[in-house]
Write a protein that binds this ligand. Sequence first.
Ligand code: ATP
Ligand code: MG
Length: 443
Amino acid sequence: MSTQTPQAIRGTQDIFGPDAEAFAFVVETFERVRKLYRFRRVEMPVFEKTAVFSRSLGETTDVVSKEMYSFEDRGGESLTLRPEFTAGIARAFITDGWQQYAPLKVATHGPLFRYERPQKGRYRQFHQIDAEVIGAAEPQADVELLVMADQLLKELGIADGVTLQLNTLGDGASREAWRTALIDYFRAVKGDLSEDSQDRLERNPLRILDSKDPRDKVFTAQAPKIDDFLSDEAQDFFAKVTGGLNAAGVAWTRAPALVRGLDYYRHTAFEFVTDRLGAQGTVLGGGRYDGLMEALGGAATPAVGWAAGIERLAMLVGERNPRRLNVAIVSEARSTDQLAWNLGLSLRRRGLSSAVWAEGAPRKRFDKAVKENPQLVLVLDDKAVSERTIAVMRVRSLTTGNLVDEELAQRVIETLDSLKLWAAPKPTIEHGRELELEYDILA
Ligand code: ATP
Ligand code: MG
């Protein structure tokens, strides 16, 4: 029998350290922003019946034809690990009677699974944040989602160098006419297209526009444009979206060949793109999917949404250190260990992050504590408890030139006072100085 350690599955990641902090920062920021825009949080199953995805995404999309993790469960039912959020949320909208809440704004995040070739920014288990507005036909919903995405990128501090590329696919009729024209156009040069695109030609010609193969790019630039097929209503809708973005001060560029990979999109389609992530430059994508609910057997329901890859956003955010430790409590004598633990508890209960060093060789504790880069250090001297008369607590700024955070010091002092362990002469806090606070132990 082999005793080799089993390896992680290809394309999965164990996210740790600064990467994990950046990941958490993305999720926390998203949570804050979605509350500002009053999107309700939902939690969705990680797997669904395969038909939820095959019927909504379309059999000819890359996701359904090549990328799904599908399997039969022990009952012989075909199930699929979700490759995206929208289809499952749409299924729930129908099966759970969420129509009653329409227009419904929901947001979620979590892992998704696609069988893709793993590389930087592309994984087999990856993570998305996701926002959807279901049951809203008006262009203002598209605008609101885009403004929210724009604010999110700004709050993440990564908006510079990320551009919003915007297109319209028109309504069902416009899209169909464009599709027919694309088939005619590409059919004439079929033999010169990439194998993949020859394959897409009859079934999903819009996807050829998306191709990165140089053999296709020769032709995509001259391909028929959606603008020649837009109905008046579709033109009007798009004008309202762009007008709303302009009014909100959100910059965008027109990308006439932008199509979304999935079949159910109508009208607005968009991507936020950067050139800072190499080939995996799309950080956020979405659009209007008025055709989806019917594809799933529900009543016609207009909807619009977007999803963004958390890993790609986190890569732009860059390495991030854990939020700074407020207070380090160092017990320099075994007799003060318990006091240190108690202090740590009290500070945390007041919302101050605290770490306690009261294990291991006392003389090494201070150095270990300082490595965590705390804002303040409380040192409990050996005399503090043994003599039962006086405790010397040094509260000091660590790095020279680093100002003592006055407000933080004040909150620590208030906590110490409230413990009534000591009779404390009210210390004055001097800005930028090392502080020495002397406390008399009561009793
Ligand atoms: P791509 O063109 O990069 O394959 P996509 O069109 O398949 O993207 P969507 O289905 O629109 O992507 O998903 C939205 C976002 O999810 C993408 O913009 C990207 O940030 C992220 N994403 C998609 N697939 C992966 C993956 N395999 N690994 C990491 N992130 C991904
Ligand atoms: Mg893809």
